[in-house]
Design a protein around this ligand. Structure first.
Ligand code: SAM
Ligand code: FES
Length: 357
Protein backbone atom coordinates (compact mmCIF):
# COMPACT_ATOMS: atom_id res chain seq x y z
CA UNK A 1 0.00 0.00 0.00
CA UNK A 2 2.73 2.41 1.04
CA UNK A 3 4.55 1.53 -2.24
CA UNK A 4 1.61 2.78 -4.27
CA UNK A 5 1.35 5.96 -2.26
CA UNK A 6 5.09 6.57 -2.77
CA UNK A 7 4.83 6.08 -6.54
CA UNK A 8 1.82 8.39 -6.65
CA UNK A 9 3.72 11.06 -4.76
CA UNK A 10 6.73 10.79 -7.07
CA UNK A 11 4.41 10.99 -10.11
CA UNK A 12 2.69 14.00 -8.60
CA UNK A 13 6.02 15.70 -7.91
CA UNK A 14 7.07 15.14 -11.51
CA UNK A 15 3.82 16.59 -12.83
CA UNK A 16 3.27 19.49 -10.46
CA UNK A 17 6.91 20.13 -9.47
CA UNK A 18 5.96 20.64 -5.85
CA UNK A 19 4.29 18.77 -3.00
CA UNK A 20 2.82 19.94 0.28
CA UNK A 21 5.01 19.89 3.37
CA UNK A 22 3.20 16.82 4.72
CA UNK A 23 3.61 14.98 1.44
CA UNK A 24 7.32 15.79 1.33
CA UNK A 25 7.80 14.58 4.90
CA UNK A 26 5.98 11.35 4.03
CA UNK A 27 8.08 10.83 0.91
CA UNK A 28 11.40 11.48 2.67
CA UNK A 29 10.51 9.34 5.68
CA UNK A 30 9.22 6.26 3.86
CA UNK A 31 11.20 5.65 0.68
CA UNK A 32 12.89 2.31 0.08
CA UNK A 33 15.42 1.17 -2.51
CA UNK A 34 12.73 0.49 -5.14
CA UNK A 35 11.19 3.92 -4.65
CA UNK A 36 14.64 5.46 -5.04
CA UNK A 37 15.19 3.62 -8.31
CA UNK A 38 11.77 4.72 -9.54
CA UNK A 39 12.65 8.35 -8.71
CA UNK A 40 16.18 8.19 -10.16
CA UNK A 41 14.88 6.78 -13.43
CA UNK A 42 12.60 9.77 -13.79
CA UNK A 43 15.31 12.21 -12.68
CA UNK A 44 17.77 10.75 -15.19
CA UNK A 45 15.21 10.94 -17.98
CA UNK A 46 14.71 14.65 -17.24
CA UNK A 47 18.48 15.33 -17.14
CA UNK A 48 18.89 13.37 -20.37
CA UNK A 49 16.12 15.36 -22.03
CA UNK A 50 17.68 18.74 -21.29
CA UNK A 51 21.38 18.03 -20.92
CA UNK A 52 21.88 14.72 -22.74
CA UNK A 53 24.85 12.94 -21.21
CA UNK A 54 26.69 16.23 -20.68
CA UNK A 55 28.24 16.97 -17.30
CA UNK A 56 29.48 20.49 -16.57
CA UNK A 57 32.69 21.07 -14.64
CA UNK A 58 33.51 23.99 -12.34
CA UNK A 59 37.06 24.63 -11.18
CA UNK A 60 37.11 25.30 -7.47
CA UNK A 61 39.76 27.70 -6.13
CA UNK A 62 39.75 27.60 -2.33
CA UNK A 63 41.63 30.86 -1.99
CA UNK A 64 41.50 31.48 1.77
CA UNK A 65 40.72 29.44 4.87
CA UNK A 66 40.57 32.46 7.18
CA UNK A 67 37.04 33.07 8.40
CA UNK A 68 35.46 35.57 10.75
CA UNK A 69 32.54 33.21 11.35
CA UNK A 70 32.17 30.38 13.76
CA UNK A 71 29.60 28.07 12.16
CA UNK A 72 29.47 25.09 14.49
CA UNK A 73 29.76 22.44 11.77
CA UNK A 74 32.66 23.91 9.85
CA UNK A 75 36.27 22.78 10.11
CA UNK A 76 37.71 26.21 9.23
CA UNK A 77 35.56 28.11 11.76
CA UNK A 78 37.48 30.87 13.47
CA UNK A 79 37.78 29.15 16.84
CA UNK A 80 39.51 26.12 15.39
CA UNK A 81 43.06 26.83 16.51
CA UNK A 82 44.40 23.65 14.85
CA UNK A 83 43.97 25.00 11.33
CA UNK A 84 47.05 26.27 9.59
CA UNK A 85 45.68 29.36 7.88
CA UNK A 86 46.55 30.48 4.34
CA UNK A 87 45.59 33.05 1.76
CA UNK A 88 46.30 33.00 -1.98
CA UNK A 89 47.31 36.29 -3.59
CA UNK A 90 46.04 37.57 -6.90
CA UNK A 91 48.86 35.95 -8.91
CA UNK A 92 48.34 32.59 -7.27
CA UNK A 93 44.60 32.75 -7.95
CA UNK A 94 45.25 33.68 -11.57
CA UNK A 95 47.67 30.79 -11.92
CA UNK A 96 44.96 28.40 -10.75
CA UNK A 97 42.61 29.83 -13.38
CA UNK A 98 45.25 29.59 -16.11
CA UNK A 99 45.95 25.99 -15.23
CA UNK A 100 42.19 25.34 -15.15
CA UNK A 101 41.61 26.97 -18.52
CA UNK A 102 44.14 24.64 -20.11
CA UNK A 103 42.39 21.68 -18.56
CA UNK A 104 39.11 22.75 -20.17
CA UNK A 105 37.45 24.63 -17.33
CA UNK A 106 35.22 27.53 -18.36
CA UNK A 107 33.90 28.33 -14.87
CA UNK A 108 36.04 29.34 -11.92
CA UNK A 109 34.60 29.25 -8.44
CA UNK A 110 36.40 31.44 -5.92
CA UNK A 111 35.49 30.04 -2.54
CA UNK A 112 36.72 30.91 0.90
CA UNK A 113 35.90 31.74 4.47
CA UNK A 114 34.61 35.22 5.19
CA UNK A 115 38.05 36.77 5.12
CA UNK A 116 37.92 40.54 5.44
CA UNK A 117 41.64 40.86 4.86
CA UNK A 118 40.84 41.11 1.15
CA UNK A 119 39.38 44.61 0.87
CA UNK A 120 36.45 45.23 -1.47
CA UNK A 121 38.86 47.04 -3.81
CA UNK A 122 41.21 44.07 -3.82
CA UNK A 123 38.44 41.55 -4.49
CA UNK A 124 37.10 43.77 -7.23
CA UNK A 125 40.55 43.95 -8.79
CA UNK A 126 40.96 40.14 -8.65
CA UNK A 127 37.56 39.64 -10.31
CA UNK A 128 38.27 42.26 -13.01
CA UNK A 129 41.62 40.69 -13.80
CA UNK A 130 40.09 37.22 -14.16
CA UNK A 131 37.35 38.73 -16.32
CA UNK A 132 39.92 40.45 -18.59
CA UNK A 133 42.11 37.37 -18.89
CA UNK A 134 39.31 34.85 -19.40
CA UNK A 135 36.50 36.68 -21.20
CA UNK A 136 34.82 33.42 -22.21
CA UNK A 137 34.60 32.05 -18.67
CA UNK A 138 32.02 32.37 -15.92
CA UNK A 139 33.19 33.62 -12.52
CA UNK A 140 31.40 32.23 -9.48
CA UNK A 141 31.90 33.64 -6.00
CA UNK A 142 31.31 31.79 -2.74
CA UNK A 143 32.52 34.16 -0.05
CA UNK A 144 29.57 34.35 2.29
CA UNK A 145 27.38 37.19 3.49
CA UNK A 146 28.20 40.67 2.17
CA UNK A 147 26.30 43.92 1.74
CA UNK A 148 24.14 44.65 -1.31
CA UNK A 149 26.67 47.23 -2.51
CA UNK A 150 29.58 44.86 -2.21
CA UNK A 151 27.74 42.15 -4.15
CA UNK A 152 26.87 44.75 -6.78
CA UNK A 153 30.46 45.91 -7.19
CA UNK A 154 31.65 42.33 -7.73
CA UNK A 155 28.88 41.74 -10.24
CA UNK A 156 29.86 44.86 -12.14
CA UNK A 157 33.50 43.78 -12.01
CA UNK A 158 32.56 40.62 -13.90
CA UNK A 159 31.30 37.97 -11.47
CA UNK A 160 28.29 36.07 -12.81
CA UNK A 161 27.25 33.55 -10.20
CA UNK A 162 27.16 33.21 -6.43
CA UNK A 163 26.95 30.16 -4.18
CA UNK A 164 25.52 30.76 -0.75
CA UNK A 165 23.87 27.76 0.83
CA UNK A 166 20.96 28.77 3.02
CA UNK A 167 22.03 25.81 5.28
CA UNK A 168 18.53 25.35 6.75
CA UNK A 169 15.27 27.18 6.15
CA UNK A 170 14.11 26.75 9.73
CA UNK A 171 14.90 29.59 12.14
CA UNK A 172 15.29 27.44 15.24
CA UNK A 173 17.46 24.91 13.43
CA UNK A 174 19.55 27.74 11.95
CA UNK A 175 20.20 28.93 15.50
CA UNK A 176 21.43 25.46 16.49
CA UNK A 177 24.02 25.40 13.69
CA UNK A 178 25.31 28.96 13.96
CA UNK A 179 26.52 31.41 16.58
CA UNK A 180 24.12 34.05 17.86
CA UNK A 181 25.39 36.82 15.59
CA UNK A 182 24.20 34.96 12.46
CA UNK A 183 20.59 34.70 11.33
CA UNK A 184 18.49 33.00 8.69
CA UNK A 185 16.89 36.37 8.00
CA UNK A 186 20.23 37.87 6.89
CA UNK A 187 21.12 34.81 4.87
CA UNK A 188 17.82 34.92 2.97
CA UNK A 189 18.20 38.64 2.45
CA UNK A 190 21.63 38.03 0.89
CA UNK A 191 20.18 35.42 -1.46
CA UNK A 192 17.38 37.74 -2.59
CA UNK A 193 19.86 40.63 -3.01
CA UNK A 194 22.07 38.46 -5.18
CA UNK A 195 19.12 37.49 -7.36
CA UNK A 196 18.02 41.10 -7.64
CA UNK A 197 21.48 42.20 -8.79
CA UNK A 198 21.39 39.60 -11.54
CA UNK A 199 23.64 36.81 -10.31
CA UNK A 200 22.81 33.19 -11.07
CA UNK A 201 22.33 32.01 -7.52
CA UNK A 202 23.04 28.73 -5.77
CA UNK A 203 21.36 27.83 -2.47
CA UNK A 204 21.60 24.53 -0.63
CA UNK A 205 21.98 22.66 2.61
CA UNK A 206 23.70 19.78 4.33
CA UNK A 207 21.79 16.53 4.64
CA UNK A 208 21.84 15.10 8.14
CA UNK A 209 23.21 18.19 9.86
CA UNK A 210 22.89 17.98 13.67
CA UNK A 211 19.30 18.28 14.96
CA UNK A 212 17.85 18.29 11.41
CA UNK A 213 14.40 16.71 11.09
CA UNK A 214 12.49 15.54 8.00
CA UNK A 215 10.22 18.57 8.55
CA UNK A 216 13.30 20.78 8.27
CA UNK A 217 14.28 19.19 4.97
CA UNK A 218 10.72 19.63 3.68
CA UNK A 219 11.04 23.32 4.66
CA UNK A 220 14.33 23.50 2.76
CA UNK A 221 12.63 22.16 -0.35
CA UNK A 222 9.73 24.60 0.00
CA UNK A 223 12.18 27.49 0.45
CA UNK A 224 14.06 26.38 -2.69
CA UNK A 225 10.77 26.29 -4.55
CA UNK A 226 10.07 29.86 -3.44
CA UNK A 227 13.57 31.23 -4.13
CA UNK A 228 13.77 29.43 -7.45
CA UNK A 229 17.58 29.43 -7.67
CA UNK A 230 19.62 28.40 -10.69
CA UNK A 231 21.79 26.01 -8.69
CA UNK A 232 21.31 23.90 -5.57
CA UNK A 233 24.22 22.26 -3.78
CA UNK A 234 23.46 19.55 -1.28
CA UNK A 235 25.86 17.17 0.36
CA UNK A 236 25.89 15.07 3.50
CA UNK A 237 27.01 16.69 6.73
CA UNK A 238 30.33 15.13 7.74
CA UNK A 239 31.73 15.76 11.21
CA UNK A 240 35.06 17.51 11.72
CA UNK A 241 37.10 16.40 14.71
CA UNK A 242 37.87 19.93 15.94
CA UNK A 243 34.32 21.29 15.96
CA UNK A 244 31.57 21.15 18.58
CA UNK A 245 29.78 18.65 16.30
CA UNK A 246 32.64 16.15 16.29
CA UNK A 247 30.49 13.44 17.89
CA UNK A 248 27.58 13.63 15.47
CA UNK A 249 27.37 11.10 12.70
CA UNK A 250 27.54 11.84 8.98
CA UNK A 251 24.34 12.41 7.01
CA UNK A 252 22.71 9.58 5.08
CA UNK A 253 24.10 8.79 1.65
CA UNK A 254 20.78 7.31 0.46
CA UNK A 255 18.80 10.34 1.61
CA UNK A 256 21.23 12.73 -0.11
CA UNK A 257 20.84 10.83 -3.39
CA UNK A 258 17.08 10.72 -2.98
CA UNK A 259 17.03 14.50 -2.50
CA UNK A 260 19.07 15.03 -5.66
CA UNK A 261 16.34 13.12 -7.50
CA UNK A 262 13.61 15.16 -5.82
CA UNK A 263 15.35 18.42 -6.80
CA UNK A 264 15.64 17.31 -10.44
CA UNK A 265 11.89 16.68 -10.54
CA UNK A 266 11.15 19.99 -8.82
CA UNK A 267 13.29 22.15 -11.13
CA UNK A 268 14.09 20.23 -14.35
CA UNK A 269 16.72 22.69 -15.66
CA UNK A 270 18.49 23.12 -12.30
CA UNK A 271 22.28 22.91 -12.01
CA UNK A 272 22.95 20.26 -9.35
CA UNK A 273 26.48 19.29 -8.36
CA UNK A 274 27.49 15.80 -7.31
CA UNK A 275 29.48 17.20 -4.39
CA UNK A 276 32.87 16.33 -2.94
CA UNK A 277 31.15 15.53 0.37
CA UNK A 278 29.07 12.90 -1.45
CA UNK A 279 32.29 11.44 -2.87
CA UNK A 280 33.80 11.48 0.61
CA UNK A 281 31.16 9.32 2.31
CA UNK A 282 31.00 6.82 -0.56
CA UNK A 283 33.75 5.93 -3.04
CA UNK A 284 31.24 6.05 -5.91
CA UNK A 285 29.31 8.97 -4.44
CA UNK A 286 29.71 11.40 -7.31
CA UNK A 287 28.87 8.81 -9.94
CA UNK A 288 25.74 7.81 -8.02
CA UNK A 289 24.88 11.49 -7.63
CA UNK A 290 24.92 11.85 -11.42
CA UNK A 291 22.78 8.73 -11.79
CA UNK A 292 20.31 10.28 -9.33
CA UNK A 293 20.00 13.46 -11.45
CA UNK A 294 23.05 15.67 -10.80
CA UNK A 295 24.71 17.35 -13.80
CA UNK A 296 27.72 19.23 -12.40
CA UNK A 297 31.02 18.25 -10.77
CA UNK A 298 33.42 20.65 -9.11
CA UNK A 299 37.01 19.43 -9.12
CA UNK A 300 39.64 21.33 -7.19
CA UNK A 301 42.05 23.76 -8.83
CA UNK A 302 43.70 24.94 -5.61
CA UNK A 303 47.48 24.43 -5.30
CA UNK A 304 48.17 21.02 -3.74
CA UNK A 305 50.16 22.54 -0.86
CA UNK A 306 47.05 24.27 0.56
CA UNK A 307 44.41 21.64 -0.06
CA UNK A 308 44.67 19.79 3.23
CA UNK A 309 44.28 23.13 5.01
CA UNK A 310 40.80 23.65 3.54
CA UNK A 311 39.41 20.80 5.57
CA UNK A 312 35.73 21.54 6.13
CA UNK A 313 35.15 18.00 7.40
CA UNK A 314 37.22 14.90 8.15
CA UNK A 315 38.67 12.71 5.38
CA UNK A 316 37.84 15.10 2.53
CA UNK A 317 38.85 13.47 -0.77
CA UNK A 318 41.09 14.87 -3.54
CA UNK A 319 43.43 16.74 -1.20
CA UNK A 320 46.64 15.13 -2.49
CA UNK A 321 46.19 15.33 -6.24
CA UNK A 322 47.17 17.97 -8.78
CA UNK A 323 44.34 19.69 -10.65
CA UNK A 324 45.12 17.73 -13.82
CA UNK A 325 44.92 14.44 -11.95
CA UNK A 326 41.53 15.32 -10.46
CA UNK A 327 40.24 16.42 -13.82
CA UNK A 328 41.32 13.16 -15.51
CA UNK A 329 40.12 11.00 -12.65
CA UNK A 330 36.68 12.56 -12.82
CA UNK A 331 36.58 12.27 -16.58
CA UNK A 332 37.21 8.54 -16.33
CA UNK A 333 34.61 8.12 -13.61
CA UNK A 334 32.00 10.04 -15.57
CA UNK A 335 32.73 8.16 -18.80
CA UNK A 336 32.47 4.83 -17.02
CA UNK A 337 28.80 5.52 -16.29
CA UNK A 338 28.07 6.72 -19.85
CA UNK A 339 28.38 10.48 -19.43
CA UNK A 340 30.92 13.01 -20.71
CA UNK A 341 32.56 16.11 -19.29
CA UNK A 342 32.16 19.09 -21.58
CA UNK A 343 34.23 22.22 -22.18
CA UNK A 344 31.43 24.71 -21.63
CA UNK A 345 30.50 27.52 -19.23
CA UNK A 346 27.38 25.51 -18.43
CA UNK A 347 25.16 28.50 -17.78
CA UNK A 348 21.69 28.06 -16.38
CA UNK A 349 19.15 28.34 -19.17
CA UNK A 350 15.40 28.89 -18.96
CA UNK A 351 13.57 25.75 -19.91
CA UNK A 352 12.22 27.28 -23.15
CA UNK A 353 15.81 27.84 -24.31
CA UNK A 354 16.92 24.28 -23.66
CA UNK A 355 16.51 22.31 -26.86
CA UNK A 356 15.53 18.78 -25.80
CA UNK A 357 18.32 16.33 -26.68
N1 SAM B 1 32.19 30.99 3.48
C1 SAM B 1 31.36 30.63 2.40
C2 SAM B 1 29.95 30.36 2.86
O1 SAM B 1 29.72 30.30 4.05
O2 SAM B 1 29.08 30.24 2.00
C3 SAM B 1 31.87 29.45 1.59
C4 SAM B 1 32.63 28.39 2.31
S1 SAM B 1 31.64 27.29 3.28
C5 SAM B 1 32.89 26.32 4.01
C6 SAM B 1 30.95 26.21 2.04
C7 SAM B 1 29.96 25.16 2.50
O3 SAM B 1 30.62 24.08 3.11
C8 SAM B 1 28.94 25.59 3.50
O4 SAM B 1 27.89 26.24 2.88
C9 SAM B 1 28.53 24.27 4.17
O5 SAM B 1 27.26 23.82 3.74
C10 SAM B 1 29.63 23.30 3.74
N2 SAM B 1 30.21 22.65 4.94
C11 SAM B 1 30.84 23.26 5.97
N3 SAM B 1 31.14 22.35 6.93
C12 SAM B 1 30.68 21.15 6.50
C13 SAM B 1 30.66 19.84 7.07
N4 SAM B 1 31.15 19.60 8.27
N5 SAM B 1 30.11 18.85 6.34
C14 SAM B 1 29.60 19.08 5.10
N6 SAM B 1 29.58 20.30 4.53
C15 SAM B 1 30.10 21.34 5.22
FE1 FES C 1 33.37 30.39 7.76
FE2 FES C 1 33.04 27.84 7.64
S1 FES C 1 32.77 29.12 9.42
S2 FES C 1 33.73 29.10 6.06
Amino acid sequence: MSGIRMRNLIDKLEKERILSKDELVYLLSNFNEEDSQYLFQKARAISQKYFGNRIYIRGLVEFTNYCKNDCLYCGIRKSNRNVERYRLNKDQILNCCRNGYELGFRTFVLQGGEDLKYSVDEMEDIIKTIRDNFPDCAITLSIGERSYDEYKRYFEAGANRYLLRHETANDVHYGMLHPKNMSLHTRKECLYNLKKIGYQVGAGFMVGSPYQTMENIAEDLLFIHELNPQMVGIGPFIPHKDTPFNNFKAGSFELTLFLIGVLRLMIPNLLIPATTALGTINPLGREKGILAGANVVMPNLSPVNVRKKYQLYDNKICTGEEAAECRMCLQKRVEKIGYEIVVDRGDFKPIEELVPC
